[in-house]
Write a protein that binds this ligand. Sequence first.
Ligand SMILES: Nc1ncnc2c1ncn2[C@@H]1O[C@H](COP(=O)(O)OP(=O)(O)OP(=O)(O)O)[C@@H](O)[C@H]1O
Ligand SMILES: [Mg+2]
Length: 141
Amino acid sequence: MNHIKKLLLGIDGSENSYKAASFAADLAEKLGASVTLIYVASEKSTVGFIAKPTYTSGENVLAGGRLDPPKRYLEERNVPFDTVVEMGDPADVILRVADQGYDAIVVGARGLSGLREMVMGSVSQKIVQNSKIPVLVVPKP
Ligand SMILES: Nc1ncnc2c1ncn2[C@@H]1O[C@H](COP(=O)(O)OP(=O)(O)OP(=O)(O)O)[C@@H](O)[C@H]1O
Ligand SMILES: [Mg+2]
């Protein structure tokens, strides 16, 4: 497993995505890998924004604190990490970013609308169906 050096972790602010974050932090620590936290603000929920802000404070505004708990897990374990905040279709953006040299994607099985009785949400399902790299799907807490 030594070739797994870069993990891409999808965070939507849900408990399930934080469970995925905790798993990714443990895994990255053991592998000596780095983690990129990605939050995609969907176009529906951000009417009025026309372009991705390029400055960090703008990313913080868009992400709205969602990335704070997973950042803490990574800091506690001394795992190197960075953050990406983009707008668009979450699965499409995650798949496009994953092409930039990542070794695996980590997502929760479900996200914020976890009420429906399906194993996976539409974002995790679309990622599993279309990813060229392995996807680790972490079940609901
Ligand atoms: N906007 C997003 N940005 C980053 N990662 C996301 C985003 N949305 C979902 N994810 C990732 O995908 C996982 C599954 O979420 P998904 O949205 O597929 O399920 P859901 O919200 O329960 O269902 P749906 O959105 O289809 O109604 C999350 O735990 C998270 O890891
Ligand atoms: Mg969702």
